[in-house]
Ligand binder design. Sequence first.
Ligand code: ATP
Ligand code: MG
Length: 392
Amino acid sequence: MQAYIVHFGELGLKGRNRIFFVRQLVKNIRAALHDAEGAEGPPVEVAPFHSHILVKVSGGLPAEVIEARLGKVFGIAYFAPTVVIPADFETISQTALQLAEGVVTSETTFKVDTTRGDKQFPIYSQEVNREIGARIVARTGAPVKLKNPDVTVSIQIYEDAAYCFVRRLPGAGGLPVGVSGRVLALFSGGIDSPVAAHMMLKRGCTLDLLHFHLLPGSELARASKIVDMARAVLAPHRLAAVLYLVSAAPFETAMAEVRTRTATVVFRRFIMRAAEQLALRRKALALVTGESVGQVASQTLPNINLISQATTLPILRPLIGYDKAEIVTAAQGIGTYELSIQPYKDPCSVHARNPATWANLDEVRRVEAEIDVTTLLETTVRDYVDEVWIEF
Ligand code: ATP
Ligand code: MG
């Protein structure tokens, strides 16, 4: 059996919010480990435990796999592989000594940090620290350092068991997916939107994705890199989502004869309207884009303003204040960058010739009337949406 003590961050969480958060996190951890196969008893036990969550996995999954998966569950600040032992002093002491011997040497500093959750336990925490600390010094020759030691030997003592650990692994941070409501992320083939989608997952949002393509037929769209990119955003976290693949063909056909420098803004407004309708199908509460102020012509503040006016849903733009270089670094970090730079013909690229950086609302409305945007939208949402379920 492998056991982990999981700590969640977000210090501000209080009261009912906290209960809701913990419940969702327990559920998400269970889902991330659900394929563990135990020989006897439940293979995975996940339960709130004092101020943290206790995870027990019996058999099936190797420790590296469990740790890799826990490391990607949003809402975990850090987690520690722990030994679970009877709560008596001698057992605790021997276990602590054994664990310390693996990582503490005369070259490293350490401290013992005991929490006595069971106030009936006959020895005070400080005394446990001192006594076990002395034994570790005697065995390893390592000096004690109370402030910022290299190794902390943690001991938590409760009525029914004690927990001892020396390793803490970083979690993904953020909030558990599912606590913040559903969003629909506008997903292009580029660098930015996968990062934006990732950031909303990290804030606890349930995610669906929407991509407008210029490919002849949904078979080709399903075989495109967009599907791989969606999986690259979701699979590390063992999450699934709906990906809407929508053809931009009717729109492009309607625009073919129209001469205007506002085409990009008109298209972006069209995307927002379609997104709003699809968002309502899944009760999503907001749209998400990878826009950042001033990055390209369509992302000047005046144009962002016109784009926002196309929908009443809030448009979340988590990258709004980021430099391109920062977004690239983030994309490399989450593993989407390589797919993003693979060649792909994005609908936006076709009307990007000399676009207006300050599109005029009257001109935009004139173009929208000329192409009969309402009918176009109806046709697109009715006949040109392919719904793909993305899972790992
Ligand atoms: P990205 O790297 O995300 O493509 P970008 O720098 O290329 O961004 P734009 O092309 O102006 O910027 O796109 C801005 C945002 O609009 C994108 O981040 C995405 O959210 C949305 N978007 C753009 N093109 C599409 C598309 N074909 N389908 C769905 N959403 C799109
Ligand atoms: Mg783009």
